[in-house]
Design a protein around this ligand. Structure first.
Ligand code: ADP
Length: 191
């Protein structure tokens, strides 16, 4: 089993690229953002509790996402591994994931970081707002907050990956196909 982290700021293309990578390499795509939005859409008690946090662009508590991920890892069969999208988003989540995988005889094999400049990110998020219907995409202040939260809480995970030796940076600007090609090159070093 191979475990890939797809990493990058909001709007960097993690979701888009994770879906196609998951298809190509028979991985289960695990997006905590999608899982949380599914809870919201289903109106579960958890979803109701998380709604305001997500709408403000803040992070939901670590234990909530860790539990969501653990449930999926335990119930999956027939896949070559996992691609984690939007998780881990804090160093605490990264440590919890490492421990969880270690307990099952697995490890984090690769952390792919999509590098995209702030101006390009803002452009993409504004475009996405027109089609996504997401409350956290609709307001420039909330987008700015998500980028600030990323810089403060999530970017430190990059250092974690660098120290652990599984970090690979990839240029996230260009056509979707060109970026996919760059990511596949890195994937092939572990698959
Ligand atoms: P983005 O487009 O910003 O990458 P996501 O779809 O990954 O957004 O996540 C949307 C929102 O869900 C986040 O702003 C946050 O409130 C919540 N969320 C998703 N994943 C996590 C996580 N791993 N830890 C904490 N909060 C999360």
């Amino acid at each position: 089993m191979v475990n890939i982290l797809m990493f990058g700021p909001p709007g960097s293309g993690k979701g888009t690229q994770s879906v196609t990578l998951a298809e190509k390499y028979n991985l289960l795509h695990l997006s905590t953002g999608d899982m949380l939005r599914a809870e919201l859409a289903a109106g579960t008690p958890l979803g109701k509790k998380m709604e305001a946090i997500m709408a403000a662009g803040e992070l939901v508590p670590d234990d909530v996402v860790i539990a969501l991920i653990a449930g999926k890892i335990d119930s999956t069969t027939g896949k070559a591994g996992f691609i984690f999208d939007g998780f881990p988003r804090t160093v605490e989540q990264a440590e919890a994931l490492q421990k969880m995988l270690g307990g099952k005889g697995m490890k984090i094999d690769l952390m792919l970081v999509l590098e995209v400049n702030d101006a390009e990110l803002m452009e993409r998020m504004k475009k996405r707002a027109l089609v996504s219907g997401r409350a956290d995409d609709a307001d420039e202040n909330i987008i700015n907050n998500r980028i600030a939260v990323y810089r403060a809480k999530t970017e430190p995970v990059i250092d974690f990956g660098r120290k652990a030796g599984f970090l690979r940076s990839v240029d996230g600007v260009g056509s979707i196909d060109a970026i996919f090609g760059r990511l596949c090159k890195e994937m092939e070093t572990v698959i």
